[in-house]
Design a protein around this ligand. Structure first.
Ligand SMILES: *[C@@H]1O[C@H](CO)[C@@H](O)[C@H](O)[C@H]1NC(C)=O
Length: 419
């Protein structure tokens, strides 16, 4: 009896505390927290001598790095570092979260290994912009093979997809994209992986959807046959009027096609929508994957490609959708992280603002939802990197996290439970 009273008293107390915390801090502050912030990236080398040597011989140039992707599994937070310029030690790297010493700017570790991160090793990764993690805990990287990819692009290794088992850190699959889908200027930056039969056990049962942002297409690959095809519907092109970007008072041009792609939830008939949008654009599109997967049908189905009701009124660089059909994305022109519930029409009045910060949320490069339903986002200084005005003393790169999609969207227009 005494114990019971104590227990209920304690639970009452914790309810009150939780409520008090919420009101005090303001709900918006609790939706997302900043977990890491870096001025520049540093790496854990096997020894300090090797780190110094790498700094001297030019294989490690801290100012060459500007991240484009983030993902997480368990206690590892992955960061994608394209080889834009010389001196990127590893194109895919991770930090441990939470850091044992509470470091805000932990050093990174190459993934899956130093050897597979070495520039020029075509068995490894050359230049990766984004990764995907499937339900069977495999990380999928789409590798552009370009190094450096800035100003004088040089494809030193073939475009390929690598799948790594996150339990063993072993490469379980390498898929070289067939030459007929890789245009000379192809820049495949983003990937989604679907197992149409609903079973992810065998990686060869996967269909891949790859955003080729420079050669303007979505590349679809069927790993069961090895075949691939380019989808070039009019909706995969940028709008020339919208290839100028205004971020934090700076302006630059980037003629980029599809960059954001995200699979929607599985419908009753097993089909899914693939949501996508051009970086140089403000419209949201989607198409059923059953159409994309049908190589013949996809060419003759222009009406299958859908467009949202209204413009996003900003560009976005990337997003994720959860199992209930809630999309979370960044708005580049307002330094904000927002959500949209795909059960409502796509228009700004149906966007929920999760966080907005002129300094910390500049250029949100992408958003992902991991297998524990945590939300991750990375903000960068891409606008300054492009214009070569990065201040190495600023905090330039930040990782944000929300412990769950529900916590992130609670009480907003995206929260289905509110309706
Ligand atoms: C530079 O030094 C690093 C660390 O010792 C080494 O791994 C790398 O191979 C060196 N690169 C060149 C180009 O000498």
């Amino acid at each position: 009896m005494g114990l019971l009273v104590l227990v209920s008293l304690l639970s009452l107390l914790s309810t009150v505390l939780a409520a008090a915390e919420k009101t005090d801090a303001g709900p918006a502050k609790q939706r997302v927290v900043e977990v890491f912030g870096w001025s520049q990236f540093d790496f854990n080398y096997p020894s300090e001598e090797q780190r110094q040597e790498a700094l001297k011989n030019g294989s490690f140039v801290p100012s060459s790095m500007d991240p484009t992707g983030v993902h997480a599994a368990g206690n590892r937070v992955f960061v994608c570092l394209p080889r834009w310029r010389r001196g990127v030690p590893a194109t895919l790297a991770y930090a441990v979260y939470p850091d044992a010493k509470g470091e805000r700017s932990p050093r990174l570790n190459p993934y899956p290994s130093w050897e597979l991160s070495r520039e020029g090793n075509c068995e490894g990764l050359t230049s990766v912009f984004r990764v995907f993690i499937d339900q069977c805990n495999r990380l999928w990287a789409i590798d552009t093979g370009w190094s450096p990819s800035w100003l004088v692009p040089d494809r030193i290794c073939p475009v390929k997809v690598m799948a790594i088992d996150l339990k063993t850190d072993k490469v379980v699959l390498q898929y070289l994209l067939p030459k007929h889908v890789v245009k000379s200027d192809a820049l495949p930056v983003n990937i989604q992986v679907e197992f149409p039969n609903g079973d992810c056990k065998n990686p060869k049962q996967a269909f891949l959807y790859i955003a080729d942002t420079v050669a303007f297409s979505i590349i679809v690959a069927d790993l069961s046959t090895g075949d691939a095809w380019r989808v070039t519907d009019k909706t995969v092109y940028p709008n020339p009027e919208l290839t100028t970007f205004h971020v934090a008072g700076q302006t630059f041009d980037m003629i980029d096609g599809v960059m954001g792609i995200a699979l929607g939830p599985r419908m009753a008939n097993g089909d899914r929508e693939l949501y996508y949008s051009a970086m140089g654009g403000e419209l949201q599109h989607w198409v059923k994957t059953s159409i994309l997967r049908d190589k013949a049908k996809v060419k003759n189905s222009p009406n299958a490609f859908k467009t949202g009701l209204k413009s996003r009124q900003s560009q976005t660089a990337g997003y994720a959708m959860d199992k209930n059909g809630v999309m979370i994305f960044g708005l580049l022109n307002s330094d904000a992280l927002v959500c949209w519930n795909s059960k409502s029409p796509f228009e700004p009045k149906n966007f929920g603002y999760l966080a907005q910060d002129k300094t910390a949320m500049q250029f949100l490069a992408t958003v992902v939802i991991d297998n524990d339903e945590r939300v991750w986002a990375i903000s960068t200084r891409n606008q300054k990197f492009v214009l070569e005005t990065i201040d190495p003393k600023d905090v330039n790169f930040r990782v944000f996290m929300s412990p769950s999609v529900q916590q992130a969207i609670e009480g907003t227009v995206c929260d289905a439970r509110e309706k």
